[in-house]
Ligand binder design. Structure first.
Ligand SMILES: Cc1cc2nc3c(=O)[nH]c(=O)nc-3n(C[C@H](O)[C@H](O)[C@H](O)COP(=O)(O)O)c2cc1C
Length: 366
């Protein structure tokens, strides 16, 4: 049996295969942090063909958690209603719709990463605000120094994640992923490098992990029992004073007890400059280590570009799910080209004939 095209059950949700699209911001939201139907619906519909799971891009749980004004948001019912359509187009293709909930923390209030004035602190005249973080420490040069969150603000963030999870389930999403990686709020509390607090949310391991654990518990309580919760973690930071793979191995069983069903294993993003390794499947060893040392299911992600690589990672026990990002942005028909029955009916004949003729040849006319 092909390990890639084997279903994966998480709680009461079955993914038809082990291939997922990771959350990838497209920075195309309409005013009000709403989906732009002409962008988001075709984008996600196309990228659901043949997929087991489609995780919709980082969606802010509060206005101050927007990384950019072009991100999606989910702190009101209008947004939830609009997101329903994205969940519908994903479901209609046979994939399971998932939503990534995010608070950008000290990396909030930026411009999007391309175009004029790209990747800069958002000026107050353009609607900018002071971002929030565990401590008044900027992510890097050119980033705003965040305001140190009060305990009341921290508790409010937990509530915002839980409220957004409730709305995500109501909107038809059947998987929720918490973004606790890439230096965003939930990640930024974990390493001493970014968290200098001396209260209950800082100091030792228990203190620095408290926000993430409280959030996982609150989101778990907000979600229906049958829906799985994924936590995306930066498994290591590559920097002195940063979070380590051993820290992740120590925390993951606690998160699983708190209600996390699968760990999506990414890395880095806590500070710059960052000595970051790279290469084909380069983060997969994190997924393998966590899976083997904790017994908690994992997803591997990062420069996985062929179905053969994905199959090998599943066959050798590295992970339970493979996420393929940039490759599927540019080549969304990849899974269906290899499993024609997963394609919508109007494409199947073309797929069969192009495969018979060899890639790059047009199918015969009807
Ligand atoms: C354009 C772009 C947008 C991204 N947006 C997000 C995001 O919203 N949330 C997130 O957790 N990661 C985000 N990522 C990281 C991807 O989810 C993924 O982990 C990364 O691209 C590595 O996988 P790949 O090599 O298959 O692309 C983004 C990456 C890119 C290239």
């Amino acid at each position: 049996m092909d390990p890639l095209f084997t279903p994966l059950r998480l709680r009461n949700v079955e993914l038809r295969n082990r291939l997922g699209l990771p959350a990838m911001s497209t920075y195309q939201a309409a005013p009000g942090s709403l989906p732009a139907p002409r962008w988001h619906l075709p984008h996600y519909q196309t990228r659901s063909v043949g997929m087991g799971l489609v995780l919709v891009e980082a969606t802010a749980v509060a206005p101050e958690g927007l990384a950019t004004p072009d991100d999606l948001g989910l702190w009101n019912d209008t947004q939830a209603q609009a997101l329903t359509q994205i969940a519908e187009v994903i479901t209609a293709q046979g994939a399971v719709p998932g939503l990534q909930l995010s608070h950008a923390g000290r990396k909030a209030a930026r411009t999007r990463p391309w175009g004029d004035g790209a990747d800069a602190a958002l000026a107050e005249t353009d609607g900018g605000w002071t971002p929030l973080g565990p401590s008044p420490l900027a992510f890097a040069d050119g980033y705003s120094t965040p305001a140190e969150m009060t305990p009341a603000q921290i508790k409010r963030a937990v509530t915002q994640f839980a409220a957004a999870a409730t709305r995500a389930a109501c909107a038809g999403f059947r998987v929720v992923e918490l973004h606790a990686g890439h230096g965003r709020l939930l990640h930024s509390f974990l390493p001493p490098l970014a968290n200098h607090r001396t209260d209950a949310y800082g100091g030792d391991f228990a203190g620095r992990t408290l926000l993430l654990r409280q959030t996982v518990r609150a989101v778990r309580a907000a979600l229906p029992d049958e829906l799985p919760l994924i936590v995306r973690m930066s498994c290591c930071d590559f920097l002195p004073g940063g979070w380590t793979l051993d820290d992740t191995v120590r925390l993951v069983p606690l998160l699983a007890a708190d209600g996390a069903d699968l760990i999506d294993c990414t890395s880095g993003g806590i500070a710059r400059p960052e000595p970051r390794p790279t290469g084909p499947c380069w983060q997969a060893p994190y997924a393998a280590t966590i899976r083997h040392r904790t017994g908690v299911p994992t997803a591997a992600v990062g420069k996985i570009t062929t179905l053969g690589q994905a199959r090998d990672l599943l066959a050798d026990g590295t992970c339970d799910l493979v996420l393929m990002g940039r490759q599927l942005l540019v080549d969304p028909m990849l899974p269906a080209r290899h499993a024609h029955d997963l394609a919508p009916a109007p494409y199947r004949r073309a797929l069969a004939t192009t495969a018979a003729a060899g890639d790059g040849h047009l199918p015969p006319e009807l």
